[in-house]
Design a protein around this ligand. Sequence first.
Ligand code: ATP
Length: 707
Amino acid sequence: MPAHEETSEDTSEATSGPLDGERAHLAGSRAALRAMREDVQALDIRDVTANWVNAAVLQAQIDDRIKALADLSHTPLFFGRLDYRHPVGAREAEGSGGEQFYIGRRHVHDAHGDPMVIDWRAPVSQPFYQASRNNPLDVDRRRRFGYTGGELTAYEDEHLTDPAETERTSKLLQAEIERPRVGPMRDIVATIQPEQDEIVRSDLGGTVCVQGGPGTGKTAVGLHRVAYLLYAHRERLARTGTLVIGPNRSFLHYIEQVLPALGELEVKQATVEDLVTAQVEVRGTDEAAAAVIKGDARMAEVLRRALRSHVTLPTEGVVVVRGSRRWRVPAYEIEEMVVELLARDMRYGAAHEALPQRIAHSVLVRMEEAGEAPDDRVQNAVARTPAVKAAVKAVWPAVDPAKLVLRLLADPGFLAAHAEGILTDDEQKRILMARPARSVKSAKWSAADAVLIDEAGDLVARTPSLGHVVIDEAQDLSPMQYRAVGRRCSTGSATVLGDLAQGTTPWSTESWAQALFHLGKADAVVEELTAGFRVPREVIAYASRLLPAISPGLAPVESVREAPGSLAVREVAGADALDGAVVAACEESLAHEGSIGLIAADARVPALADALTAAGHTYLSPGEETTAASRLTLVPASLAKGLEYDYVVLDEPAAVVDGEPDERTGLRRLYVALTRAVSGLVVLHAAPLPEQLGRGGDADRARAGDQ
Ligand SMILES: Nc1ncnc2c1ncn2[C@@H]1O[C@H](COP(=O)(O)OP(=O)(O)OP(=O)(O)O)[C@@H](O)[C@H]1O
């Protein structure tokens, strides 16, 4: 691809020629950014603010802006340049007129307002990601820049309209993918690929679902989509809010720096459990079979029925006494009101609020007919009379969502009455509490119970919707969890990211169509990412041997990297020797640059922790940030999902499989563990490997680096 290339090794050219010009532009852009920051710092708000509240709000906005304008020494101001053939249309360009644009993380302009660097999210930047030899999008030359420690040291050109130039893989992209992974997850803004860019820039109105194997960039794409949407719809999303949902704390901690690095500081992050535990604390667990039933979408109907069973038709009318007069609303009229409210299918709580007003209105009409002239205040007063309150309590009582769920799970008769024809007798038995709790406070609620309470809560009062929600590792959500997330984006949109082959919960998603239906976004587009940016070819080929058993029909990931010698599978003679061999493999990996993950079945973690300590090694837990000084993390297999390490040592695959309730889930867990490595994977086993891995036979084993 690059007809012309300079690298830091290419010193003769690196000290002169185009690179000098580019460095001058970098220095100019930095100076311009400094001037932009100084302009904001110099703002005097005393004259423009009416009071201290305004002043405080404005000052906070100014402080945010100053923060956003910071020049981070290790985050280059621009990473690319586009040379357009013709001036870009004024409508399209951010600061139109020029033919040459520098593309970076944020917009920088000079003292005249002319752009020095264009935000990567602006329309004029899009050809940086999308232009190709087949469709150059009016771009003559695309230039990518390479940096070393904040210094501009290389560039690489593609002349998209030159038929003589041949296509080559970008060395800078390659270097970026291979860069050691110490520290939290990084942004990929300089190297977003065309198929990823399509997803990143898809419109706010629609929900997108991305199926992609390990390391295809789903998480990266989801986070960059948030940054893009915030740029394109800043005001709307500032009002409605955005949220990123991940599987656990350590994962959220791993990804939490990506959006701030892209200048977006306001996006909330949470697990599904965080969302649904506002009402109750989770202190209990469910057996898998019970959790599957509680997570089934049929539970929504059971809850709806149970809630509505609180509505009864009136047996008597209401008599309201005001002064010397008595006003009577007959039972049949209240019945009509109740029937009408039921038919409207409004939230239970909203109807509970509306009913006293309707009864009071009926009293008002009678007063008017009798020649009185009551106003709205009288209606409110009537609605609050003990007689009306008592009538409402009898026919449409207030219901506490947690109490409703408690009664369903603790009272077999109540459950049977509302689960009739929905859950079998056996299913009902499975979800009933073994020892019924006496109160909401004392109950040992499980995570699945909290989701039921959240559903009940939404039946009572509508859950507010955010503008956009990203759901990562979505394949692990139950239908009821999808519903819980779906109501948080009912008037907004979602980005659903996942891999069916990595589903490791007993209720994991079997088809995206079903998942999207439960989310309430059945018309979402499902996109597929197939190019792998993490796992080297040999390693992904080895892991993909499991695919026919864990997700038949899913195509293996196509790794963009060869990295020969990246896989070693070693048999250790006898279980006693395993811990020592694992520690030795970690030491071997520590000789390389970058992070090391020792992944093991959860049950093996304590023994390996002891072995590491005995050998004098300190180690981190997942979610703790790796640093140059502390690079080894001991990862229970149950927490490996979504994470990555330069080198992975995988302990005893058979134990990883055995750690799960069934073989398929076990093999899926193993697939996740096998696909965390960026540069090298060493698999150590004393027990026989799961037969699905051995499928390749001797030739493959030799290639896999068996010793
Ligand atoms: N276009 C790209 N350029 C450079 N690096 C990339 C690109 N796309 C993805 N990556 C890198 O590949 C790695 C894997 O990406 P990511 O974690 O987003 O994949 P994933 O599909 O979510 O994986 P998993 O299914 O295992 O959770 C990350 O280090 C990410 O930065």
